[in-house]
Design a protein around this ligand. Structure first.
Ligand code: SF4
Length: 410
């Protein structure tokens, strides 16, 4: 059985590295222009070249999102940008607009085209049209059942990609004017302000200024707020259905999120391909260590029964992402850690490792770069030496565990 590709989000170079090290086969990202995530820390030309070098060194792929709705004024710049992507030799361009697809075939003829989920491909006829137009892959609409995905698979040869994890829209995958209407920022041009997550109130038109709560309980209600997608337990059925690639949402999320989700889904895909059941409870526990809304299986099993998070029950991560190992010194038996959140003496930290089981330990002492003892790593990106009981790989992630917070101010 062919192992489907795992495609992870990369809002920055560091997140791309996290994805590659923790098991993703490919990343998707946006350039500083024409991506559908205007606030995701998009890549400059220099960074695009760097991430490609990083990918090539590890045998991984880079897909560049150009999946916005183009207006006339965009066309001239777009042609130059597509030529540039062609010169760089990226592994794919993700588009949703037919005109952009046509321009890609003209100005980036060497680069395979992926049809974005933003195009809402929800049936095999539409999939065949894109296939006949030369698309290499289609990211299907998120609003499909397993049965529909399998039927599309049976009727087309184009590669199919399916979202398996992350935030959802209340509209058909981003085809939504809520943000444009309420904030002037267009979701279709990468500027969504996520007003579907806001809290809404009821107003009677003759009583302006009187806001009646719409309450299910004292936390109110968030009627448009979708739960987050999590299909980890359905990976075997999706592999069996012939899906070629699985995608994780979240270009604006942290390197910790990218590493954790990539690692879990890599294991789940591997287990499915080998016909093993895998440790679902452990995978769910691991996914729970990054902040999330309550999960849903979306439309995979039919119309969502519990699709909305009306209580705004966002569960922040209880484990704080507090550092990344940059190197290990075998003589001193210490790891050089780059700080991401304050941690120090008396804290219990857990190590998330790319390919080995994690472990936890209590921090007894830290040292600065002059090897003077320090109580805590307090500053963003501060480098500290941490004595550890066994060698740690580059990019091992440190999580500070809850309930065991050490002394000193945060
Ligand atoms: S407002 Fe919500 S539903 Fe609309 S595009 Fe943004 S995230 Fe999606």
């Amino acid at each position: 059985m062919i192992r489907p590709e795992l495609v992870a989000p990369a809002g920055t170079l560091e997140k791309a590295e996290a994805a590659f090290i923790y098991g993703a086969d490919a990343v998707y990202l946006g350039g500083t222009e024409f991506s559908l995530r205007a606030y995701a820390g998009n890549f400059t030309s220099q960074q695009l070249a760097e991430v490609l070098l990083m990918a090539r060194a590890r045998g991984k792929k880079v897909y560049v999102a150009v999946n916005f709705l183009a207006h006339n004024a965009d066309i001239g710049r777009l042609a130059a940008y597509l030529e540039y992507l062609d010169t760089l030799g990226v592994d794919g361009i993700i588009v949703s607009d037919l005109g952009v697809m046509e321009l890609a075939s003209r100005y980036a003829p060497g680069i395979p085209v992926t049809i974005s989920t933003q195009a809402s491909v929800a049936n095999y006829v539409t999939a065949r049209v894109y296939q006949d137009m030369g698309a290499k892959r289609i990211v299907l609409a998120r609003e499909l059942t397993l049965q529909e995905i399998a039927e599309i698979r049976d009727r087309v040869t184009v590669e199919l990609e399916v979202f398996v994890h992350g935030a959802m829209c209340v509209a058909y995958s981003g085809r939504c004017l809520l943000s444009s209407f309420m904030t002037g920022r267009s979701g279709n041009r990468g500027e969504c302000a996520h007003p579907c997550r806001y809290q809404y109130r009821l107003v009677e038109e003759k009583r302006p200024g009187e806001y009646f709560p719409i309450e299910e309980d004292d936390r109110g209600t968030y009627i448009l707020n979708s739960r987050d997608l999590c299909l980890v337990e359905h990976i075997p059925e999706l592999v069996k259905a012939g899906v070629n690639a699985f995608k994780i949402e979240g270009r604006m999320k942290s390197a910790h999120y990218v590493a954790t989700t990539s690692r879990v889904y890599r294991e789940a895909i591997q287990a499915a391909v080998e016909g093993r059941s895998g440790d679902l409870a452990a995978w769910r526990a691991e996914l729970g260590k990054v902040g999330t809304r309550p999960y849903t299986t979306g439309f995979l099993l039919g119309p969502p029964q519990e699709g909305q998070d009306v209580y705004k029950d966002f569960k922040p991560s209880r484990e704080a992402f507090c550092g990344i190992v940059r190197k290990y010194d075998p003589e001193r038996r210490m790891a050089l850690v780059e700080q991401r959140a304050p941690f120090g003496r008396e804290d219990v930290v857990e190590f998330l490792r790319p390919e080995k089981p994690g472990f936890s330990m209590k921090v007894e002492i830290l040292y600065d770069l002059e090897l003077e003892p320090v109580e805590r790593a307090r500053h963003a990106q501060q480098l500290v030496w941490l004595p550890v009981p066994e060698p740690l790989d580059y990019f091992t992630i440190l999580r500070r565990l809850p309930g065991a917070v050490g002394g000193g101010s945060r």
